[in-house]
Design a binder for this molecule. Sequence first.
Ligand code: FHN
Length: 456
Amino acid sequence: MKKALNYLCAALLIFGAACQQKEKEGNKEATEEEVVISDDERMEWWRDAGFGMFIHWGAYAVPGGQRGDTICGGGAEWIMDKLDYTIEDYEKEVVAEFNPTDFDANKWVAMAKDAGMKYIVITSKHHDGFCLWDSKVTDYDIMDASDFKRDIIKELAEACEKEGIKFCFYHSIVDWHHPQAQAPLYPNYNAGQKDQTVFNPEFPKYYENYLKPQVQELLTNYGDIGVVWFDGDWIPDYTTEMGKEMYNMILDIQPRTIVNNRVDKGRNGMEGMDKEGNFAGDFGTPEQEIPDTGIDADWEACMTMNGSWGYKPSDTNWKSSEDLIQKLVDIVSKGGNFLLNVGPDPKGNFPPESVERLADMGKWTKVNGEAIYGAQASPYERPEWGRYTAKDGIVYAHVFEWPEDGQLVINTEIKPKKITLLADSATILEWDADQSVIMLPAEVVDPVATVIKIEY
Ligand code: FHN
């Protein structure tokens, strides 16, 4: 009897295990049948977002672009290369001093959200190779090489998640610290890699055993990633085969993630769009410039508020809030996104000049965001007095130059049915259909950009 019972228990155990296995397989089959996400579906949130925050932050904030009496030309984040630090000096004088005790991810996310930004792209690792997350692939990271010992990427990703801001990261293919990635000419890392005949023969090992594993851990351990923003695509060591493999690897891990065109080799310099050919990447990346006309492709212009991506107190060449708001309108009117940069200081604070501009942009987007978010380029030629954006059968006229006679000449193809001000929807504006003219209020509504909603 006992033996029979044993057999029965064994049989039940085996049957139970088989059921569990079937269920697992069943789930497995379910995941394999997961619906393929279309590019349009994947890009939708990004196309609607229009406005994001770029954050260039890392150990390079410590020197802030200055070494002794010498100031680094260009972006302060290039100081390791441009001011000839040896790796040992950089580790000792810069990385070991990076301890941003004022860092508060919630505060940063609140400022981005209040400015009207819908996503944040932070440098997980810039060209200096120092990692802002707890990497299992290296000790050259915030947990092991600095006294801060907090996972900055984790804290920012969680703060973004809490506030409904898409968390994204920038990642540098270039790495001046990793022995298999450095150019043989380092320092002066062939600054910008002008000499395309200079290779590091070890680079494929860096790509396989370091670059890919680090991108994998960032895509695996920090929740949903909105965008992976590659940079450093220009070095000849990095090939289009590597770029295409990297792109596919990212989508295998997170099928909804978007990847910029610097993942591959298609980018045509700083104007940022892809040259002819078949290259990986979901959007073009004009840098420090805005295309002259609209582009019928996905693109995002990235720009600094002063002249440096990284924190650089000596650079006081700040763009005005008015200029930044009009750049946002110009970019969206041409079908693009605006990725506006902040370079936090070594303690983890946004520079006051950045805080001021973000607040000004927030005041404007709170009133006029309807004409930015989800809006696209209009079919109408750019007017003299400003820009048009369009959404859901509505045209938004963004008036930069208020006509002295109060008569705003609009495109003759626009046949209005109702015209209001976004700043004051109760005010209905009159228009002369024959003259294609809108009668504006006597007083300028917003000297930076008044938005008129034209339903037609
Ligand atoms: O070399 C970088 C630079 O430091 C900065 O990160 C910009 C921002 O996109 N990208 C490269 C220059 O094109």
